[in-house]
Write a protein that binds this ligand. Structure first.
Ligand code: ZN
Length: 282
């Protein structure tokens, strides 16, 4: 039954979004590259996370899906919300999802123009070098501490060189050189959170349809996902997160989540669960 559930959810997304694909990180070159870039900050990007880019959902591996089809189906339904939102609100979905951190780029360009481009080139070169050293360390040693230590030592030196060169070459513009990195501060990204509330509402909805009830505990368990590092602290206010999740639970229980222009992903998922006879309440 669970494999059938996974296949039917997959099919329901395909029907709405013909470009939708399921893929696997351990079979994708692009994902291997992203895993290397993420490694210093998140060692388990490749094995522990499902990633969606445009309309392709990358699971860690085929074995990972086969191990727990029901969970994979649940995740797929969640990602189906993002695929719908991405298509409907393009390019705003992608921009708003990454806006807090993306603001770094125009600020760095502004500094390069007004201050000096030399520190920027030095920093970019230093970061590329840090990743090359990380790639070599990954071949040379199994020790995670050594790998991360290599990367962060070199990356740290690159930052020191960047600030030093900036003070030397651009004087007061150093405040802009340093300030450009403020967007990387772990402050709430409420625009990203807005999309993820819709994504996690799918999990709440599935829970309600299949169990007839969604406990407060089920919602509380989701709070750290919003307040913690999983999505880079997208909503740090735990009280607000719980309140919002409860409001989404209300919209699931009273059925309003199934009404309106943005309801399509929930409707099609409910249809699948109904067809397979898995619905206790709706
Ligand atoms: Zn999501």
């Amino acid at each position: 039954m669970s494999k059938e559930l996974f296949d039917k959810i997959s099919e329901s997304i395909s029907n709405d979004h013909p470009s939708f694909r399921v893929s696997y990180k351990n079979e994708s070159r692009l994902m291997r590259l992203l895993a290397l870039l993420a490694y210093p900050f998140n060692e388990s990007f490749a094995e522990g996370y499902i990633t969606t880019l445009s309309s392709t959902v990358y699971f860690p591996s085929r074995a990972d899906v086969e191990e727990n089809y029901e969970h994979a189906a649940d995740v797929l339904a969640h990602e189906g919300v993002h695929i719908f939102d991405d298509e409907k609100h393009s390019p705003w979905f992608k921009i708003s999802y990454a806006l807090n951190q993306l603001a770094l780029l125009p600020l760095i360009v502004l500094y390069a123009v007004l201050g000096s481009w030399i520190p920027v080139v030095a920093l970019a070169g230093g970061i590329v070098g840090s990743y090359l050293a990380l790639a070599m360390a990954k071949v040379a040693t199994k020790s995670r501490a050594v790998r991360r230590g290599t990367f962060f030592t070199l990356a740290g030196l690159s930052v020191v060189a960047y600030v030093g060169l900036s003070v030397w070459l651009s004087g007061w513009w150093t405040f802009l050189a340093v300030g450009a990195f403020l967007p990387l501060a772990p402050v709430s990204s409420l625009l990203r959170a807005k999309w993820e509330y819709r994504g996690y509402s799918m999990g709440i909805a599935i829970r309600f349809w299949t169990h007839g009830v969604v406990s407060d505990g089920f919602l509380s368990n989701r709070v750290p996902t919003f307040t913690g590092p999983d999505y880079y602290f997208m909503d740090r206010n735990a009280d607000r997160v719980l309140k919002k999740l409860k409001a989404f639970r209300d919209s699931v229980v009273n059925g309003s989540i199934l009404i309106g222009a943005n309801a399509r992903p929930y409707q099609r998922t409910l249809d699948v669960y109904k067809k397979l006879g898995l619905v206790k309440a709706a």
